[in-house]
Design a protein around this ligand. Structure first.
Ligand code: ZN
Ligand code: ZN
Length: 322
């Protein structure tokens, strides 16, 4: 554990008064600490994933913990050789995860939190159903063995799926999981609202399960929202679940299509990658703007001298002295 950067993933459901003003304050904090990443500030809390030098991330976590509103924030901390983001966005939104369940307050009622070890012990019991509350593009690259997955493109479609789940699983113990735990807070609360009685959630999500329980029985990779795209979770019995988009063999090497207009984000095997020159289809291979393939399938975005502070000042239209 000696890499110079940390990548943080965290959320906290907490009432924030004047959240739009607080957004500015929080943005400044991140600028001062040279963090990059994406943070959502809302009246109902904070949701973020950022990268920065290890010591800056420590300061950031200490600052959040020192604020009584965010004292209980649970950070998932990974290490990295470099920043995992190229920009900093700190945005105000009405929800910290778009769910259409704004009325649900997980601080009032939510599913029972399970530690990774507790989740591991419970998940294979007979009366248990493990429910993946994430979207198609996420569970298609990796999911728990025997998990029930949902055909949804976005978490806001989750409430619509609950009727189907009700018919099949209402009397079971339902264990929900997601990437870092944030969606489960609302998903499990909503299941309780809908009459499910035994609802549990994996606290800290897949990421924490990988760190603390070895990731056993998580098949494939975990989709993440930074430059790494998908990370390994399972150190016990890893498998590959996704297929090469071109030839259909089992493969989990995620690439972006070399055609920038397409930019489709799919698994493509090493062999097809070279044969297709990084493109997902023949049409994309022939596209006039196709980018040069270097074997990674990752294309650095043009930064054009991006300066996070300039972005902040433009937004404020006032002088900011740091
Ligand atoms: Zn292939
Ligand atoms: Zn393409």
């Amino acid at each position: 554990m000696n890499k110079p950067y940390s990548i943080l993933l965290y959320y906290c459901y907490a009432q924030i008064d004047n959240a739009e003003e607080y957004r500015d304050e929080h943005h400044l904090l991140c600028l001062n600490l040279n963090l990059l990443g994406r943070i959502i500030v809302s009246d109902e809390g904070l949701n973020g994933t950022v990268s920065g030098l290890k010591e800056d991330c420590e300061k950031y976590m200490a600052a959040l913990k020192a604020d009584p509103r965010f004292a209980k924030t649970d950070f998932k901390i990974d290490e990295s050789d470099e920043h995992a983001f190229t920009k900093l966005h700190v945005r105000y939104k009405s929800e910290i995860v778009h769910s259409g369940l704004r009325h649900i307050d997980p601080n009032k009622r939510t599913g029972v939190h399970l530690t990774p070890q507790e989740f591991k012990a419970l998940k294979d019991q007979e009366d248990v159903v493990v429910l993946d509350v994430r979207s198609d593009y996420e569970h298609s690259v990796g999911r728990f063995k025997n998990a029930v997955t949902l055909d949804i493109e976005n978490f806001r479609e989750f409430p619509d799926k609950v009727n189907e789940l009700k018919e099949k699983y209402k009397d079971k113990k339902v264990l929900t999981y997601c990437t870092g735990g944030i969606k489960c807070e609302k998903a499990s609360a909503f299941l309780l609202d809908q009459g499910f009685e035994n609802v549990y959630q994996l606290h800290g999500g897949i990421i924490k399960y990988g760190m603390e329980a070895g990731g056993e029985d998580f098949e494939g990779k975990c989709y993440v929202f930074d430059n790494r795209v998908a990370v390994d979770v399972n150190k016990v019995n890893p498998t590959v679940v996704s297929e090469c988009y071109v030839c259909g063999t089992k493969d989990d090497r995620m690439v972006n299509c070399a055609n920038p207009v397409c930019n489709l984000h799919v698994p493509i095997c090493e062999k097809c990658g070279w044969e297709m020159e990084g493109a997902c289809s023949d049409a994309c291979k022939e596209h006039p703007e196709k980018r040069a393939y270097d074997g990674t399938g990752y294309y650095q975005k043009e930064m054009n001298g991006y300066n996070p502070l300039k972005g902040f000042n433009r937004k404020k239209k006032t002088d900011v002295h740091i």
